[in-house]
Design a protein around this ligand. Structure first.
Ligand code: UN1
Length: 501
């Protein structure tokens, strides 16, 4: 009898080599659209593996920090070009392990390309300030300095983009990294690390340990030789990371939950608003921190909006993201599907009106995946759990609103503050909303998703801890300022003291 070929085992990348885990264990990475498809085995790392990776990164840091930033940049430029060459294959790999449709995984790889080019460009900037001293014959300036080894813990919903948001600014600033990618989507990180290596990143500068949070992520966040930790994921895990970082006063950047809103005013272009709500609500199966999970619609256009929106939602084709013509893929795993189903139940119990969807899909082409219908709740009270809590799935809650002030109060009345959007043709209202929405990102006449890599990304309240990713903000996180005073007067000059006396 013929036996199937043994699945490929993907190893850790430590000190420039692909190596087994000390645990001797590996876990399965399966396609969320088809559980029969085994993508590969990935090693289950433990604290010993993390120690080895951190040791390698610590050693490599001594040389890497001295490589001139424009030379570090040349490697990143090469990596960006290699990513361009491999974009199609990496996108297909990503759809297979994560489920989102090919157009979106192409976007994810493109976001990594954009970030890599952008941060490579920073290699010839990394600007500090040069400013007059208050004293004569004295020179004052500030420069950025690298910090050391960065522990990067990344989520499954943007399996290449988000690792690149962390790796590229860390590297261009002169740090070394240990990446612990999400358990569900390690192949995309494997691909990214392979590209960086092919582009010429020296051994030990980029290390990867696959595995789960408690066994691999926690020892990385706690490690005494890791002064910088960046995490994207749930608010609950973010709190654990912050606690792990606190005793050592580590740089700690957290990007966590969202409960983002689209506000549709009575003067909005309704067709445009419906387009935005479909893309914001159901893109990536709603599994984005930036997903539009609430839509507040002015009462005078509420029914018109509902009928157009629900008609469009009903037409969304759910299936395997690699099949052309599919609009929405599966949930990432069984647990996430169960969370979605629980929230559908909660919404109904709370009295929200189920306008379409509401079921998981289990028959025919859906039998082997974690599929759920795109689901819309109408007439939601803003205090309902489905309108307050992050679901991270294809569920949108519609909330009727009156004046803009009320819409802003609803928008701000959640524990999170990542992204918000308003559809209006009234410039005064648009600017009022820009001023009053307390979120890290505001869109006008565009949905809540679609952040670009050269602008700060992050949110207020329980979405973050005051840091931003992407843009120069990321460089600020991965560097320390060093302020320089050079006195060429040849005498003691005392700042703040009256020197004329
Ligand atoms: C995320 O949801 O975790 O703006 C990141 C966007 C994407 C990034 C999303 N560029 O939706």
């Amino acid at each position: 009898m013929a036996t199937a070929a043994a699945p490929r085992v993907y190893k850790n990348f430590i000190n420039g080599e692909w190596v087994d885990s000390r645990s001797g264990n590996a876990y399965e990475n399966r396609n969320p659209a088809n559980a029969d498809e085994l993508i590969g085995m990935f090693v289950s790392s433990n604290a010993e593996d993390v120690d080895l990776a951190v040791d390698a990164a610590k050693l490599a840091y001594q040389k890497w920090r001295l490589v001139p930033a424009p030379k570090r940049a040349e490697i990143l430029f090469r990596a960006a070009e290699l990513l361009v060459q491999h974009k199609e294959q990496f996108s297909k790999d990503m759809t297979s392990e994560m489920g989102k449709v090919l157009a979106e995984t192409r976007g994810d790889v493109q976001e990594a390309i954009d970030m890599t080019y952008y941060m490579a460009g920073e290699g010839r900037r990394l600007f500090g300030q040069t400013t007059p001293s208050e004293l004569p014959d004295k020179f004052a300036m500030s420069v950025r300095q690298s910090i050391g080894t960065c522990g990067l813990i990344t989520p499954w919903n943007f399996p290449m983009a988000i690792p690149s948001w962390k790796i590229m600014p860390a590297l261009i600033s002169g740090n070394t990294v240990v990446l612990k990618p999400a358990e569900d989507t390690p192949l995309s990180s494997y691909n990214l690390v392979q590209i960086l290596t092919d582009a010429g990143v020296p051994e030990g500068v980029v290390n990867l340990v696959s595995g789960n949070g408690p066994n691999a992520g926690a020892p990385l966040a706690e490690h005494l030789d890791v002064p910088v930790v960046s995490f994207t994921g749930s608010t609950a895990v973010g709190r654990l990371i912050a606690e792990a970082c606190a005793p050592e006063f580590k740089h700690c950047s957290l990007e966590m939950g969202g409960k983002n809103i689209i506000i549709v005013m009575e003067d909005a272009n309704l067709d445009l608003a419906v387009d935005g709500a479909i893309w914001g609500g159901f893109g990536t199966t709603g599994q984005r921190c930036t997903a539009a999970s609430r839509i507040a619609v002015h009462k005078s256009v509420y029914h018109d909006f509902i009928s157009r929106f629900v008609a469009r939602v009903k037409k969304l084709r759910v299936g395997d993201g690699l099949d052309p013509g599919i609009d929405m893929g599966p949930c990432i795993n069984e647990q996430q599907l169960k969370t979605v189903m629980d929230y559908v139940q909660i919404g109904q119990t709370e009295g929200a009106k189920l306008l379409t969807g509401g079921h998981c899909l289990t028959e025919g082409p859906y039998a082997k995946g974690w599929f759920h219908e795109p689901t819309v709740f109408g007439d939601c009270n803003p205090k309902m759990r489905v309108a307050q809590e992050e679901i991270f799935g294809p569920v949108v809650s519609l909330i009727p609103i009156g004046r803009l002030e009320e819409a802003v109060e609803v928008a701000n009345g959640v524990p999170y503050g990542l992204s918000a959007s308003i559809y209006t043709r009234n410039v005064n209202r648009a600017f009022q909303a820009i001023r009053d929405l307390f979120t890290g990102i505001v869109y006008v006449n565009a949905p809540t998703i679609g952040a670009e890599t050269h602008l700060p990304f992050g949110g207020t309240k329980k979405t973050g801890n005051g840091h931003r990713e992407a843009a120069i903000a990321a460089i600020d996180f991965y560097t320390e300022w060093k302020t320089l005073y050079i006195d060429y007067s040849d005498k003691l000059q005392r700042a703040q003291i009256d020197n004329a006396e």
